[in-house]
Design a protein around this ligand. Structure first.
Ligand SMILES: [Fe+2]
Ligand SMILES: [Fe+2]
Length: 340
């Protein structure tokens, strides 16, 4: 049986290029990280009810730590473990209001450049066909971003589950099917870790809803894979590499280092899947697929033109609009005639 992970495969070469491009862009991105300075920091404790209320109202830094503090978050592993640490026992991530101990909080006074709003591009997961649009009641751009990242990681679990079911139905090689199932399991881990991070910053989480059409065609699978895998998840792999180096939050960087290799593997899977499907499509379907891929790249570039907010760049390590567009252009330069 052919190995999809052969070192000699074109696909792996492509993924290595993607990873190298992401690393190079990381350096560019770090150079462009916005400047800020933590001028004061302070540890404090709050009641569990206050920590829980932070999901909807945020933490009142001034009330907790005094005037001047403008960034504060829960930094208490034991409390957070009680909140989101065991999804099996607490599947809805219900905040432990009756937690008996005081909850540790960290306050910082940060001098920063301009504050920008964020309503743009989140490319941290693979969207399955029929996924309902994300909407959230979070009260800050960062919380909304972290909630959407978690939403997309959870959606990716469903996406890979559907792909695995399709591959079994279409009689794909076992190695490709197993690869999809491994990716699904990776996304479960990513979802739990992303949920933990989002909770730490007080984000309210939203579960994905997916309307699924049964037994989609091979062409429908190819279309989803072209847009979500070959374009968006491929860019997402480079983005994960970038964020792993540029995120200002220690936990966020550690989380991203863990998932970046998985995301490169998922991008590789997308290209392997496309290669397996291509000879099974008609010539017209292949032309339509190519057009869909080019449209997806154009759409991604448009979305990446929206400047992320200061917090999202600084804490989560998301690149500026300029760097993000450079990364995408470098990744997809060989696939379409991109204007400079
Ligand atoms: Fe993921
Ligand atoms: Fe992924």
């Amino acid at each position: 049986m052919r190995s999809f992970k052969s070192p000699a495969s074109d696909i792996l070469q492509r993924i290595l290029m993607v990873a190298a491009t992401g690393a190079a862009m990381t350096l560019m991105g770090c150079n462009e990280c916005p400047t800020s300075e933590v001028v004061a920091s302070k540890a404090a404790t709050v009641d569990a009810s206050v920590a829980c209320a932070s999901v909807t109202t945020g933490l009142d830094c001034k009330a907790i730590c005094g005037g001047g503090y403008n960034s504060c978050s829960v930094r208490d592993d034991a409390f957070l473990k009680a909140w989101y640490g065991a999804p099996e026992s607490n599947p809805q991530f219900v905040c432990p209001q009756d937690y008996s101990a005081q909850v540790n909080v960290s306050c910082q006074q940060i001098e920063r450049d301009t504050e920008l709003t964020f309503d743009g591009c989140v490319v941290d997961g693979r969207r399955p066909d029929g996924l309902a649009t994300f909407s959230s009641n979070n009260d800050s751009a960062l919380r909304s971003y972290l909630a959407e990242v978690t939403f997309l990681e959870a959606a990716s679990v469903i996406a890979f589950e559907h792909i695995a079911a399709d591959l079994a139905r279409f009689g794909a090689p076992k190695e490709l099917l197993d690869w999809a199932l491994r990716a699904r399991d990776d996304e479960r881990r990513h979802t739990n870790a992303a949920a933990g991070l989002a909770k730490r910053f007080g984000a309210a989480l939203v579960a994905p809803e997916v309307l699924t059409a049964e037994n989609r065609s091979l062409f429908a699978l190819a279309l989803e894979n072209a847009v979500e895998g070959e374009v968006r998840e491929t860019y997402g792999a480079a983005l994960a590499l970038h964020r792993a180096d540029c995120a200002g939050d220690d936990d966020m960087r550690a989380h991203l280092r863990n998932i970046a290799a998985d995301e490169c593997d998922h991008a590789a899977f997308s290209h392997a899947l496309a290669k397996w499907i291509a000879p099974r499509l008609t010539r017209i379907e292949r032309v339509m697929l190519e057009e869909a891929r080019e449209r997806a790249i154009e759409t991604l570039l448009e979305e990446l033109a929206i400047e992320p907010s200061f917090d999202i760049r600084q804490i989560a390590g998301v690149p500026s609009a300029t760097v993000a567009q450079k990364m995408a252009r470098a990744l997809f330069a060989g696939e379409m005639n991109l204007a400079a």
